[in-house]
Write a protein that binds this ligand. Sequence first.
Ligand code: PMP
Length: 442
Amino acid sequence: MAERSLLMIPGPVEVSPGVLAAFSSPPPGHTAPALIAAFGEALESMRRVWLAEPSSQPFVVGGGGTAAMDMAVANLVSPGDRVVVVKTGYFSDRMAEMLRRQGAATLEVGAEPGDAPSPEEVQEALAAERAAGAPPCRALFATHVDTSTGVRIDPEPLARLAREHGMIAVFDGVCAAAGERFDMAAWDADVYLTASQKALGLPPGLALMVVSRRALAARAARSGTPPPMYLDWEAWQPVMRAYEERRAAYFSTPPTNLVLALAAGLAEIESEGAAARIASHARAAVALRAAWRVLGLRLLPAREDLVADTLSALLLPTATTEARSQAPERPGGAAIAGGGAEPPSAGSALADAPAVVARIAQHGVTVATGLLPDLRNRYFRVGHMGWVVGRPDLLRRTVAAVASGLRECGLGAGEQAERQALAALDQLPAKEAPVAAAAASP
Ligand code: PMP
């Protein structure tokens, strides 16, 4: 039987054998004792993994990241509200579009692809608006890691800015939660939302978020048309409370198998330690970046401090193999590749990125094409989140497939560089467990 391709896109991701086992039971009813226990444990665990206040409210709802975003918008924003959106790529563009559809007036503060506006720039944009007589902004929306660019922002100063301006602070953590540091209580953030198929390491299908007491109060104080029923926190809150009290409740049928998987996945994260799991993402990302560097790939994010640990957005090499083989040896150490997207006109790759992605797939590893239309032919994306970050063997397999794909497209860096790229992963602590069936089953 052919080996199943290893899924290294920025979500969905490989899941652990434990999560797979929890997910693969006959579906329990929403009143089954095992489901009630799992739901209650998952909600309690979310507060801990999010580092959220005891007074905050976790929500687990059938849907995905987009549903979670819609839920935050529908509960917090009314037509005519002014809101600020920090734009770092495709998913913050989506957030801005949702806010406009909700009838909000958006102040959008963006940057070039691969870059992010600084908190000072956001502050200046807010000040300029106020000076021009605009009413205050009600909420700030930002994407922790934008999956289209691999750009990670620092949420802490933005949350602080929100506090200073009396705004609710909403962070899309879909490509970050449980893979990047987010200290919800200490930063006094209001909503941190995600989806199951990313760094939590579960199958797709759940919209998850933790909401501060302040944000719940903002929903309660909202006048006018209520949010659509399925998105309304007030419809879901009694259900979440009931399960936390180990009682069943019904509003809309939950995806019960996913709730079992969620409890299992969170338990795995907590048994390792949520901070340790985040550190493991960072270690894997540093090693992978060293590998990409020796393979001649550059990161799309413009600066080191903007590079996410949950995925790599990689620009193809533009030089020919021959030209590069004459170039001085690249250092093989653990240095982080610099970055900076050249404008699309500068240089041209030998093969386009979709062709490279297709080649890599032939080596048993699925990576993703780029999402930014202007750069789509010049970059591709590798996800490294969830359970796989503790599996150097699977990361090595990924690097080997990328190296082969590049070579076969005429973009190889040479045998020695390929060896160095694989060696970059040797620094990662090896796990004892055998390669999981999850990564090798049909
Ligand atoms: N936000 C971000 C940052 C994402 O990466 C994604 C999915 N890639 C979404 C939102 C939307 O999530 P979904 O595809 O589950 O609707």
